[in-house]
Unconditional design. Structure first.
Length: 162
């Protein structure tokens, strides 16, 4: 089974990493080729500035285990240089513990790409009818063309047979 989260992610909370984050976050239908919505973060500062989007997702009542690729994340950046712009995904289990992810940090791609992110299938607590938290960090500087874009998130798991 898959839960599909499209920007604006349900019950999303938006926050800065500190008091000095300068930039603009907006939602857009900017990926017109694939007819996908996305979040875009830009900054007018030369140093990289970041902003977070956090959402909670309920683990289904019949949850069994995570699929081989538990997270698929769609993203794009304005340049391919992580010191100018990048996107990062963080994940917390139902006990509130951060789960180490593989393939979800410092993502850059000047064309729309989908990261296959792993980690939850190897560790963590996933209590049915409880909530996990998925966080996306968008980071950008004022470098020409720099921006960070977050698209859909797929959460993939298996369920028990009723």
């Amino acid at each position: 089974n898959t839960i599909f989260l499209s920007p604006g992610y349900p019950f999303a909370v938006y926050f800065a990493s500190g008091s000095s984050a300068i930039g603009q976050l907006y939602a857009s239908g900017g990926n017109l080729t694939n007819l996908e919505n996305n979040y875009t973060w830009t900054s007018t500062k030369s140093g990289i500035q970041d902003y977070w989007i956090s959402t909670r997702v309920k683990i289904p009542h019949d949850f069994s285990t995570w699929a081989a690729t538990p997270i698929q994340f769609r993203y794009k950046t304005g340049t391919s240089t992580a010191s100018q712009n990048h996107v990062t995904v963080k994940f917390f289990d139902t006990a509130g513990t951060e789960i180490a992810l593989t393939g979800g940090g410092g993502l850059t791609s000047t064309t729309w790409a989908t990261a296959g992110i792993t980690g939850p299938q190897g560790t963590g607590t996933y209590t049915p009818d409880s909530y996990i938290t998925v966080m996306v960090k968008l980071a950008s500087s004022s470098t020409a063309s720099a921006q960070a874009n977050a698209g859909y998130i797929n959460l993939n798991w298996r369920t028990v047979t009723p």
